[in-house]
Design a binder for this molecule. Structure first.
Ligand SMILES: *Cc1c(COP(=O)(O)O)cnc(C)c1O
Length: 362
């Protein structure tokens, strides 16, 4: 069986050091809010290049906390995409704001700056770009729009740990950025985990406080926060795996390069890489006009591909009434996207087989 993601193989490839890290935490007696978290927060912020970081329970909480810290109020509008996972949008609603959905660029599959401009109203407070599939969004244009209209920017970097835009890692562009360490992500733990980054000391203190039920000091609640923490075992595992993120991303890029080369004569639409970005291939997503047939054919050959995502946000039962722009690209992607197997441990024979099977698809 060839899977599109395989967190167990990632564990096995670092088994000895991960087991050691877990044992270290178990023996320490500190399971939440200890030294592993402190060190990981420092190491991850350093890796991305920001000053401050707050480990949280998951990226969805992180996005909510970022918006709460930006003092987003009832009725404030946040512009984001419909071609994403529900987490991006549920975080906005949980923070008390109103998502406004726009279409994506047909080449990068990321938020289309022209669509952002069209969606801006007097209520718009922030833009929430997603660096989808591991490819950075057009941050120059997004930051220009934000500056022109005095908007905040929160980056959803859940799929893009280590990705770069014009030589700088994503997570450095917006006022706040959020990452996910869900097991299948480029940097994954063995449960839920996330982190929020910023360069702003005021936002940093607010995010920390809001993530600890609004405590300004122990047991003193100054705000109504949430309870969202990155525990010691996850932090210890992430410290081990952070050392391998660049080489793991390089392995993903190598697999993607093979797909580009070997699939170029097939009928699929292959990913397009924007100018001046480092795409880290959280997913390698092709488009196929007869997706149902392709998925069936792949599974008959023991290849389990993914679909990210089968239902766009504006078609979700709870979100279909949200204000939105034209969704023609999103709609097309919803019907055609297929995520091929890609993860650092994917071995040569599995890649060769996947390519051969895809080449023989008719
Ligand atoms: C995975 C993901 C999230 C949510 O991350 P969690 O850590 O599971 O909350 C948010 N946005 C995007 C784009 C994601 O891929």
């Amino acid at each position: 069986m060839i899977l599109f993601a395989n967190p167990r193989e990632q564990y096995l490839s670092h088994k000895r050091v991960i087991n050691k890290a877990i044992k270290r935490v178990l023996d320490s007696g500190y399971y939440v809010g200890g030294n592993e978290l402190k060190e990981f927060e420092k190491e991850f912020a350093e890796y991305i290049g920001t000053k401050y970081s707050v480990g949280v329970g998951n990226c969805t909480d992180g996005l909510q906390l970022a918006l709460m810290a930006l003092e987003i109020k009832d009725g404030d509008e946040i512009i984001t995409v419909s071609h994403t996972v529900s987490c991006t949008v549920s975080a906005i609603v949980s923070a008390g704001a109103t998502p406004v959905l726009v279409d994506v660029d047909p080449n990068s599959y990321n938020i289309d700056p022209d669509e952002i401009r069209k969606a801006i109203t007097s209520k718009t407070r922030a833009i929430l770009p997603v660096h989808l599939y591991g490819q950075p969004a057009n941050m120059d244009e997004i930051m220009q729009i934000a500056l022109a209209y005095d908007l905040k920017v929160v980056e959803d970097c859940a799929q893009a740990t280590g990705a770069e835009y014009k030589g700088k890692k994503v997570g450095n562009f917006g006022h706040v950025s959020c990452f996910s360490f869900y097991p299948t992500k480029n940097l994954g733990c063995v449960g839920d985990g996330g982190i929020v980054l910023t360069n702003n000391p005021v936002l940093f203190r607010r995010i920390r406080c809001l993530s600890e039920v609004g405590w300004i000091k122990k047991y003193v609640s100054a705000y109504n926060g949430i309870n969202s923490r990155l525990d010691e075992i996850q932090a210890a595992i992430l410290r081990v795996k952070l050392k391998y993120i660049d080489s793991d991303n390089d392995k993903r890029i190598k697999i993607a390069d093979r797909y580009f080369k070997e699939l170029k004569d097939c009928s699929f639409i292959l990913p397009k890489i924007s100018n001046d970005v480092k795409h880290v291939y959280h997913q390698y997503v092709i488009q196929c006009s007869d997706r149902k047939k392709l998925l069936m054919y792949l599974s008959q050959n023991d290849i389990i591909a993914g679909v990210h995502y089968p239902i766009s946000i504006h078609r979700q039962p709870i979100y279909k009434k949200l204000r939105r722009g034209n969704m023609s690209i999103t709609q097309r992607l919803t019907n055609t996207v297929v995520s091929l197997p890609i993860y650092p441990e994917l071995d040569k024979n599995k890649i060769i087989k996947t390519i051969r099977i895809l080449q023989e698809f008719k």
